[in-house]
Write a protein that binds this ligand. Structure first.
Ligand SMILES: [Zn+2]
Length: 253
């Protein structure tokens, strides 16, 4: 009942220009329902990225920046959301870690860039771009905020509290990681995009082996690994993706 009233409010006030829309998401291969549109997603993402930049030391190294942007731009062109403006940052941190913020921000730790080969790094970056293309954070935001978000917007909350809440939520998602299912999909997309962009997708195996070794070090809490499924499960999933790709390639005319 309450939901209907709110829905009526939203519709009658015409608050959402696009409203709740169902769009086909090529990254997941499904039709999905969104009430957080792309513009809002980008604006929330920009806020979260600004906070991460404030809280961390960002490496200003022109040649390293050129190196990652070169990889990132190739991946972006073959991704499922080519319209986004992707930005790549190097965080001054030794841990092998990377994370993505909705709207197109990809953060890579210096430790990862130093340790990974170019193909391995391309896989990690493609994995993070995969999270953005599959709109994993957007879906988490929608689930967690749902009614509150709609209510706040519908009532024209002067402080726009829901948006602040959303920024905190995304920040936590970035810090804690995604679900097992989301991670496996991001791995599959990582393999797909890195292969399409001309990198060796099998570098994902050696990268996961490196992460496995790092995991043994108790001093490390790796977001990229910790919240992810076990490396062995990820390796199996990647093998499956690569095999399927080979089969579909053979079947295509
Ligand atoms: Zn991930």
């Amino acid at each position: 009942m309450l939901k209907n009233v709110i829905l009526f409010l939203i519709l009658s006030l015409g608050i959402f220009s696009s409203g709740c829309v169902s769009i086909y998401n090529p990254a997941t291969g499904r039709n999905e329902l969104y009430f957080i549109d792309e513009k809002t997603e980008i604006s929330i993402g920009n806020n979260v990225a600004a906070r991460i930049i404030e809280d961390n030391e960002i490496v200003q190294d022109k040649s390293l920046q050129f190196y990652i942007e070169n990889i990132g731009n190739k991946l972006k062109k073959v991704s499922d959301r080519t319209n986004l403006e992707y930005k790549f940052y190097i965080v001054d941190d030794d841990q092998l870690n990377a994370f993505a913020v909705p709207g197109g921000h990809v953060f890579l730790n210096k430790g990862l860039i130093d340790t990974a080969t170019k193909d391995e790094l391309a896989f990690v970056m493609a994995h993070e771009i995969g999270h953005i293309c599959a709109r994993h954070s957007v879906k988490k935001m929608q689930t967690a905020l749902g009614l509150n978000f709609l209510l706040s917007v519908a009532l024209r909350d002067p402080n726009y509290q829901a948006v602040n809440k959303t920024i905190n939520l995304v920040y936590n998602v970035v810090a804690l990681g995604y679900s097992r299912k989301d991670e496996l999909l991001a791995d599959s997309l990582g393999v797909k995009y890195s292969k399409k962009a001309g990198f060796n997708p099998e570098a994902s195996f050696s990268l996961l082996e490196k992460l496995k070794k790092e995991e043994g070090n108790a001093n490390y809490t790796l977001v990229f690994l910790r919240s992810h499924p076990l490396p062995d499960e990820r390796i199996k999933n990647i093998q499956k993706t690569l095999n399927n790709e080979t089969v579909s390639k053979l079947n295509s005319p």
